[in-house]
Design a protein around this ligand. Structure first.
Ligand code: HEC
Length: 234
């Protein structure tokens, strides 16, 4: 600590910097791209949160950016990686977390502004709440499906704020499908998660949540297939 303080004084005299730069990761190369891709949907002028689109805007938030990212509060995607495979997963990858961490720990340098890419058109943060041509099946822990379902998406509907909830589907043949693991649910960021590949759950499949009293979620099942399967079964 003492050593660092002495260095800061030295550097401040030379370059006017606040921190010692100990990383090659810069805003201009890596961080701007990461922020445009992962944060810009909300953190921009006219977005739902303060802008982080330029170095001058992001630099004062460096410590908070690292903390929010490592705590997985930002971006507020909430679905734990590897538990269900989602289309357009908006959660940060391990690599991205390391980039952020290295940049912040290394003094959050700007680098050469000529490397800053053009800001992209921002995608929408939210997908449609209900996928087209689907029927909604509301389930809680212990619910058994009375008809087969080809599940294309899942949406937390009645979870408690702050709760972390694992949802699995246990098929009658004993196989288990991880459906969703929500980390610290915040209704402000409620969304529908679309699976990369739809999940086939036969009749008799039991939904299990941990904790069991966590609340409710909605499954969206492909309407055509379930309808056919249901009538076929009768
Ligand atoms: C879905 C929109 C959305 C996305 C995407 C998003 N944020 Fe946020 N962020 C918010 C909102 C809204 C707030 C204000 C929350 C509040 O304090 O009420 C916020 C707050 C923050 C804060 C301040 C937290 C504090 O200390 O109060 C930081 C830092 C932050 N976001 C960083 C990021 C970073 C970094 C990313 C991308 C990796 C990101 N956010 C992605 C919406 C978003």
């Amino acid at each position: 600590m003492f050593k660092a303080a002495a260095l800061i004084v030295l550097c401040a005299g030379v370059a006017g910097a606040h921190d010692v730069i100990t990383t090659k990761i810069t805003w201009s190369k890596e961080m701007s791209r990461l922020v445009y891709k992962r944060c810009g949907m909300c953190h921009r002028d006219g977005g739902s949160a303060f802008s982080l689109m330029t170095y001058d805007e992001a630099r004062p938030w460096a410590k908070a950016i690292k903390e929010e990212a490592l705590e997985r509060r930002m971006p507020p995607w909430e679905a734990v990686k590897g538990f269900g495979e989602f289309k357009d997963d908006r959660g940060l990858t391990q690599e991205e977390l390391e980039t952020i961490s290295d940049w912040v720990e290394g003094g959050a340098p700007e680098g050469n502004p000529k490397y800053v890419p053009e800001a992209p058109k921002q995608e929408k943060w939210l997908d449609a709440a209900a996928p087209k041509n689907t029927s909604e099946v509301d389930v809680a822990s212990g619910t058994k499906l009375d008809a087969p379902a080809q599940v294309v998406a899942v949406r937390p509907t009645g979870l408690k704020k702050g709760e972390s909830v694992q949802v699995i589907a246990a098929r009658p043949d004993g196989t288990v499908e991880p459906l969703l693991w929500i980390y610290q649910y915040n209704p402000d960021y409620q969304r529908t998660y679309y699976y990369k590949k739809s999940i086939n759950l036969p009749a008799g499949t039991e939904l299990q949540m941990s904790p069991a009293e966590a609340g409710k979620i909605a499954l969206f099942a492909s309407a055509k297939k379930s309808a056919k399967a249901t009538s076929g079964g009768r």
